[in-house]
Ligand binder design. Structure first.
Ligand code: CA
Length: 710
């Protein structure tokens, strides 16, 4: 080797090293941000009110910002400061974290990005490369609700069940742990919370069949510290922890075969003074209680609020909101901690509006029930017995005895979309939902690995509705201001759409919410008067936050439609945000922000293309309709009408029609998120499904042509 070549080599290595090390230098605000977030800083969050350090800003998860440069007087001058295109059309549910001008958000498929919170410039990006085939295990879209930041690291869960730690300055991988058994359809969509150097993470999957649990990992080493199972396993084997021995007495049958459910997929809160972690748990798996636990039983700890010791994972107390859950009534909804004057006495309370329709106020030290009042119309229970703490069922939800239309639906009177509590108004603001839902017992239910296992006969409900020509049930959504002390509604704003965004309240007497029909709105927190509105032309489900950089206050929201019920909703959801092309935008607004809103054109309703000729019999079409509402509607929408998130199959192209079986059975479009289903669907089934899609395309195409000719 000549000296020259050697020199060139040394130089090349030197240049490469320089380039590589430059590639991992902290950029923009990350170079000077104090990313050393810890429990003390989160507990004293009001001392750095320009930051949004934790999921709900504080451990109490009030989602209230003390900032008031933007207030009821000047909010009319709010304008866009910047927006950042996410280039994704799937569900956008994340709540950002902001530390010293650096913003951290998650996108669909668990991608994490860091942005300059002043300019919207991307600083780094980490893609955990979730296998797109895993998307079929997600009940409610391939969403993620955010990261946690702690002592220089960023933590998040990936859809396929990993807990991942990144260097907050550079986005480089530090460690990752598989938190779930990959032989089971577990997913993670919720944001981790961090308490005393322990990263707490749950999981989801109860629609398909899993056993729920919560795990604490050491933030630095990634070692597992404790795991709390929310439902017991096979009682012939040793219980993993003593709480399960008690819980097992409330179950019957062989629930562990399917899993039992109880997944803790979203809400947590922490009280540093009481040193208590609060976690909400999910619905039963399967939904149908008679199939899940024949002979009855409360089925602890389904649909419960758990108060836990964060060091050990031991249970301090629990409150079950829906004993014997039968309707997907999770208690994973947002938990807020506050101090309220109840009957003239200051009480440390915990508040939740779970899916079941009751607004609960509990003493968070003892678990004592202080009040439980309906915050939406319900028909499955009349009230909560304050002596026993149990809801009194009316029989209106007892679908084992026959077809029942139940209120609230499995979407709930309120879902994951966060509420907020303003200590100024002492009101809780709830994104409420009114949706009745048809339930039908499935007596011939059999567990199918990889499918939805509910014990509720969707195909029969759909066939019944079509046959009886029943109109689609009336659904609506509203923003409700609720007084938790007086136990009553103070004001409400009714929205045209059922699913709307999470909520932020601020010290500027403001409440912010995005809507399903593509608006971002500010209301007066005390009166509900609308003070400002901008058309985003993107449906919004995520919650806004507020922060400040260089003296300017910002209100930011991740705009983008998706998640349940947007994808299942079919016609109902289609009428709203689906009229816009759904590519997400992170948007930040400030007073006199003068950036033009991103141009998001309304989608033209185009003619359904002529599908291929089908010679299938009507019996085959009905078989296809049943199969569709067993395996496909969860993503592609009821009656093959998509709400604009996942492909509308009525609009399938010639290429899709020609390759229908290859797509469904061989995973031809797996890279785009369409998993293969040959484990559940036979070739003959695929043909019947295709016949149904062709039938529906023809049906709606004919109606469109007739309307055009009128
Ligand atoms: Ca569920």
């Amino acid at each position: 080797m000549s000296v020259l070549t050697q020199r060139t080599r040394v130089l090349t290595v030197w240049v490469l090293t320089l380039v590589l090390s430059q590639g991992v230098l902290a950029q923009g605000p990350l170079s000077k941000a104090n990313l050393n977030v810890d429990g003390k800083r989160i507990s004293n969050a009001d001392e750095e009110s320009g930051n949004w350090l934790a999921h709900g800003r504080t451990y109490s998860e009030q989602r209230f910002s003390p900032l008031k440069n933007i207030n009821a007087d000047n909010v009319k001058d709010l304008g866009l400061a910047w927006s950042f295109s996410t280039d994704s059309g799937r569900g956008h549910e994340a709540s950002p974290i902001v530390v010293d001008g650096a913003m951290f958000i998650t996108l669909p498929w668990s991608i994490v990005i860091a942005l300059d919170a002043k300019t919207g410039d991307e600083l780094w990006r980490y893609d955990p490369l979730v296998p797109r085939s895993w998307g079929r295990n997600a009940c409610c879209d391939v969403v993620n609700r955010g990261v946690a930041v702690w002592k220089g690291f960023v933590y998040f869960g990936s859809l396929d069940g990993r807990l991942i730690s990144l260097d907050a300055k550079t986005g480089e991988l530090v460690w990752e742990k598989q938190t779930t058994d990959k032989d089971r359809p577990y997913t993670i969509t919720g944001a981790p919370r961090i308490v005393k150097d322990k990263v707490i993470i749950g999981n989801g999957g109860a629609e398909l069949g899993v056993r729920g649990y919560i795990t604490a990992y050491d933030a630095i080493s990634g070692d597992l510290v404790w795991r709390f199972f929310t439902v017991p396993g096979d009682p012939s084997k040793p219980f993993e922890h003593p709480e399960l021995e008690e819980a097992a007495k409330t179950w019957n049958g062989e629930w562990w075969e399917i899993g039992g459910g109880g997944t803790a997929w979203d809400s947590m809160a922490y009280d540093p003074e009481l040193d208590t972690l609060y976690v909400g748990t999910g619905n039963g798996s399967p939904w149908n209680r008679e199939l899940r636990s024949p002979g009855g039983g409360d089925n602890l700890y389904l649909s419960s609020i758990l108060a836990m010791n964060p060091d050990t994972g031991r249970l301090k107390w629990h409150y079950q909101t829906t004993p014997m859950d039968n309707w997907d009534y999770t208690a994973t909804q947002h938990i807020i901690l506050a101090d309220l004057p109840i009957d003239g006495k200051e009480r440390k309370v915990l508040m939740q509006a779970p899916k079941n329709g009751f607004f609960y106020v509990l003493d968070r030290e003892t678990g004592e029930l202080l009040s439980a009042d309906t915050y939406v119309d319900i028909n499955w229970a009349s009230h909560v017995d304050m002596k026993t703490g149990r809801p009194v069922e009316t029989g209106g939800g007892d679908y084992q005895s026959g077809f029942k239309v139940v209120l609230p639906s499995p979407t709930g009177g309120h879902n994951w979309h966060p509420m907020t509590y303003s200590p100024d108004t002492q009101l809780v603001y709830i994104p409420a939902i009114l949706e009745p839902f048809p339930f039908m017992h499935q007596p011939d239910f059999k567990y199918q690995k990889g499918a939805w296992n509910l014990g509720v006969d969707f195909p029969k409900s759909v066939a019944f509705a079509i046959q009886s020509k029943a109109p689609a049930p009336e659904t609506s959504g509203h923003l409700k201001a609720w007084n938790p002390v007086k136990k009553k509604e103070v004001w409400r704003v009714v929205h045209p759409t059922m699913a709307n965004g999470g909520i932020l309240s601020t010290a500027g007497n403001l409440v912010f919410q995005g809507t399903g029909d593509g608006r971002f709105v500010a209301y007066a927190a005390d009166s509900g008067d609308k003070l400002w509105e901008v058309k985003t032309n993107l449906g919004i489900v995520a919650p806004p936050i507020s922060y400040s950089v260089d003296g300017d206050q910002y209100i930011a929201v991740l705009a983008g439609w998706g998640g349940v019920p947007s994808i299942i909703g079919g016609d109902v959801a289609h009428a709203s945000a689906a009229k816009f092309a759904n590519f997400g935008q992170m948007m930040a607004f400030k007073i006199e922000g003068s950036t033009a809103m991103p141009e998001i054109a309304a989608k033209r309703i185009t003619m359904i293309p002529q599908p291929p000729v089908s010679s299938a019999s009507s019996a085959t079409v009905i078989q296809g309709q049943n199969l569709y509402h067993q395996y496909c509607f969860q993503c592609h929408g009821s009656l093959a009408v998509s709400a604009g998130v996942v492909s509308d199959l009525r609009y399938s192209t010639k290429v899709v029609h020609e390759n229908f079986k290859k797509i469904v059975l061989e995973g031809m479009l797996e890279g785009a998120g369409m998993a293969r289903f040959d484990d559940l669907i036979s070739e003959e089934d695929a043909e019947a499904l295709h016949a149904y899609i062709i039938f529906r395309a023809n049906q709606d195409r004919t109606a469109m042509l007739e309307a055009e000719n009128q």
